[in-house]
Write a protein that binds this ligand. Structure first.
Ligand SMILES: NC(=O)c1ccc[n+]([C@@H]2O[C@H](COP(=O)([O-])OP(=O)(O)OC[C@H]3O[C@@H](n4cnc5c(N)ncnc54)[C@H](O)[C@@H]3O)[C@@H](O)[C@H]2O)c1
Length: 482
């Protein structure tokens, strides 16, 4: 049997618009019948998707490796596990999530009963990025299906082997009027954005997020935007340095730093900068072996393509030309998009590496002594997707958390907020809009419909003619019943 990985040459560059429109129309009518779908029916679909993750594990490894040399254990942790976890969580809780939530009447609404019903939004579009191609496509798909929707999924064209494999998986386990993959690049994406979807779930850069939101506005389509940006780290002098280095080395260099919530730049208290760099060196050697042999370590993946390799190398070059030092890593001559795990110090404040989202294995270190000053600097930038703080001093931690804003945070760790199924995952302003994961993901793909049932309320007393008792009652209600 030929696999998706072998078939990749057949993948179209842009989708056939006629097929896309046929799919959309078919899904519109299917979505109507799915309004009455039961928890058991939805759970059966989630189980199919979960099973595919196990049945296709070897193909997923191959596709991720072909796209950016992603190591199999990292595929397990960051592609397969999150999808299986999302599915398991939804399967466990879906019945409860689907139940209408009863609401107690307020004084003014005495004599009514009320509930919030979570109804499916309808036909949903999921547009995903390349950096966790399977996870960030099938994760939202779990939430969309749990909420009873139909879905068109547009994966990234930059990870074509994964896109082709997902197309094959979806064709295998779903009817296309329920779930379909539409492959293609920018033109395909923009054509899809012109259709009147009921919800768009987009994961990608803030720049494209704005394009998506503008297109959605044309149809007043609701959006969830999972975006990116520069996620700061603060390492206080009270931090457990070895622990901070270990957790940051993993958080930063897993997936080669191509993670939306990767630590982007780091404030380290001046008193501990030298020992922190030494601890990072040790932590990296422990995780990925000796620096000189890291290039051949199969656990260390690659930059996705030449364009991004050139971009990340350009950030390092710009910083070093402005006087930055490279205490660890750098860019050896090579032809396979390898950049060593790199630390930068003495970085000029105007360097591009401190301005643009790095999205690669480069970590600039900025020493600090004045906490208020760095809080001010963080608040002067667009709100980040993640902010990490390492300290033993609880007052310090509390100060950082209360005086900054971020999509999510970890204290004394990095990245693990993504794996907590009971927490919302999302950004704020420039880093995103709305949430995903677990119950929050289910809500993103549901419309919360308010339903009031009249029994014996006093609302008839508001009806005209507005004279005598009615006038008195309106004033009474405004003062005492509102
Ligand atoms: N918040 C999150 O959960 C999350 C997760 C992963 C990545 N990200 C962010 O995504 C970015 C990296 O991913 P990327 O490079 O794939 O992002 P991207 O925005 O370039 O592309 C994302 C998707 O949008 C499509 N697209 C690209 N240009 C488009 C256009 N002009 N019009 C319509 N569609 C277009 C692409 O085909 C792709 O499917 C980073 O900024 C990262 O922080 C965020």
């Amino acid at each position: 049997m030929s696999t998706a990985v072998e078939n990749i040459a057949a993948a179209p560059e842009e989708a056939d618009h006629n097929r896309t429109e046929r799919l959309f129309a078919a899904q519109q009518s299917k979505a109507l019948s799915l309004r009455t779908s039961t928890a058991a029916e939805r759970i059966e679909k989630l189980k199919r998707l979960r099973q595919a993750m196990f049945d296709r594990t070897e193909q997923i490894y191959k596709a991720c490796h072909a796209d950016f040399a992603k190591p199999a254990p990292e595929v397990d942790i960051t592609e397969i596990l999150p999808v299986v976890m999302e599915a398991n969580h939804a399967i466990r809780h879906l019945k409860g999530w689907m139940k209408p939530e009863r609401k107690r009447p307020t004084l003014l609404m005495f004599g009514t009963s009320a509930e919030v019903r979570n109804e499916p939004k309808g036909v949903c579009l999921i547009i995903s990025p390349w950096n966790y191609p399977i996870n960030l496509s099938f994760g939202p798909l779990v939430s969309a299906l749990a909420a009873g929707n139909t879905v068109i999924l547009k994966p990234s064209e930059l990870t074509p082997h994964c896109a082709q494999l997902m197309d094959e998986i979806v064709r295998d386990i779903f009817d296309e009027d329920e779930v379909a993959v539409v492959q293609g690049a920018v033109e395909t994406s923009q054509h899809l954005l012109g259709l009147p979807f009921n919800h768009i779930f987009f994961t990608g850069s803030p720049a494209v997020g704005k394009i998506v939101m503008r297109a959605a506005a044309e149809n007043l389509t609701s959006v969830t935007l999972e975006l990116g940006g520069k996620s700061p780290v603060i390492v206080d002098k009270t931090a457990d340095i070895a622990n901070a280095a270990k957790n940051l080395a993993w958080g930063k260099f897993a997936n080669n730093g191509q993670t939306c919530i990767a630590p982007d730049y780091m404030y380290v208290h001046t008193d501990i900068v030298d020992s922190f760099i030494e601890a990072m060196r040790k932590a990296m050697t422990k995780l990925y072996g000796d620096q000189s042999r890291m290039e051949s370590n199969p656990d260390y993946c690659r930059i996705v393509n030449d364009k991004h390799y050139g971009r990340v190398k350009g950030l390092i070059d710009d910083a070093t030309q402005r006087g930055a030092r490279v205490p660890m890593g750098g860019v050896p001559a090579n032809d396979d998009n390898y950049i060593a795990p790199t630390l930068l110090t003495d970085v000029d404040r105007d360097s591009r590496v401190l301005e643009e989202e790095i999205f690669g294995p480069v970590l600039p270190i900025v020493p600090f002594t004045d906490t208020d000053r760095i809080i001010g600097e963080i608040n002067a930038k667009p709100k980040p997707l993640a902010l990490y703080v390492f300290a033993r001093d609880n007052d310090f931690i509390e100060k950082v958390l209360t005086h900054t804003s971020a999509g999510g945070s970890c204290v004394n760790h990095s990245m693990v907020q993504f794996l907590h199924a009971n927490l919302p995952f999302g950004g704020v302003n420039n880093s995103g809009l709305g949430n995903s994961h677990g119950h929050y993901g289910f809500k993103a793909f549901s419309h919360e419909r308010a339903v009031v049932r009249e029994r014996f309320s006093l609302s008839f007393l508001f009806l005209p003619p507005y004279k005598g008792f009615t006038r008195w009652f309106i004033k009474f209600a405004t003062r005492w019943l509102s």
